[in-house]
Design a protein around this ligand. Structure first.
Ligand code: ZN
Length: 276
């Protein structure tokens, strides 16, 4: 090999080396693109099949198999019933053992009949009810109405202590027993400012003329007996002849006509007022 040949050979090797380098760079970039695309695709399919995104009510069921997503459609797809606007009416607010007082609930307390307080939305109808009872020579007074969460805690603590000290119950049994008629703080309808306990808050109230009068007239003034004997299984609260809830005249009269307690009435509205 002479000098010229060696030089040519060197140039060829150099050209081959450069070409190989270009191929390696090209392949490397291609691999990067493939990795990026597959990462993106798996992120997308992961997102589509995450449990939070599943919407079974629309008839769509996303089943995740490995990193791919299979969509199964059931037909016909039911269109969701638009919610009855009455369900968000504050007068129909549901506060029970499963539904705490809604956050941001606002009471404007107004003093009635001396020292008790109710929300101002109740004031006029409750005043009229008390006046009408008085006119009919029926003795009716408000024993308890609006209660803050703090006051409810005091009432519950007192009831538990009484059962422990006077009846020798264990703390646990006393709490369980007390919760049969006293709601957990935050879960009492009295927090709404829309509930009223009448007279001596005792089972004997059911035998009084005042109770008979309320049975006949409460709905005319927008009140319903909230916890009835026949509804214990639904409300989870023992019969309370003395506890009335203000829902306004229109709802009270419809609930009475249909024979529904508040839980049932809300379900009735949810179902598009179809089943009673
Ligand atoms: Zn009550």
């Amino acid at each position: 090999m002479n000098k010229a040949e060696r030089e040519r050979s060197r140039i060829q090797r150099e050209q081959i080396r450069k070409r190989n380098l270009r191929i390696v760079k090209f392949l490397g970039a291609g691999v990067l693109v493939i990795v990026a695309v597959s990462l993106f695709a798996s992120a997308l399919s992961g997102f589509a099949s995450s449990p939070e995104e599943e919407n079974t009510s629309s008839g769509q069921l996303n089943i995740s198999v490995g990193s791919s997503s299979v969509s199964v459609s059931s037909s016909p797809t039911p269109s969701p019933t638009p919610a009855d606007p009455r369900l968000s009416d504050p007068l129909l607010v549901l506060v029970n053992s499963e539904n705490p007082l809604p956050e941001g609930w606002h009471v404007t307390p107004k003093t009635i009949a001396g020292e008790e307080q109710v929300d101002e939305s109740v004031y006029d109808d409750l005043s009229a009810l008390l006046a009408a009872a008085s006119e009919d020579n029926v003795t009716l007074w408000i024993a308890s109405s609006y209660r803050s969460v703090e006051l409810q805690q005091e009432i519950l603590d007192r009831a538990v202590n009484e059962r422990v000290s006077q009846e020798g119950m264990t703390e646990e049994a006393a709490l369980e027993d007390a919760l049969r008629t006293i709601n957990r703080p935050g879960y009492s309808e009295h927090h709404t400012g829309l509930a009223v306990d009448f007279n001596d808050v005792s089972d004997d109230f059911e035998e009084t003329e005042a109770y008979q009068w309320l049975e006949e007239h409460a709905a005319e003034y927008g009140f319903v007996q909230r916890y009835k004997k026949s509804k214990v299984a639904i409300t989870g609260i023992d019969n309370e002849s003395w506890h009335y809830r203000y829902v306004g005249k229109e709802y009270a009269q419809e609930m009475e006509r249909l024979g529904l307690c508040l839980e049932e009435y809300r379900d009735y509205l949810k179902n598009g007022s179809k089943s009673a």
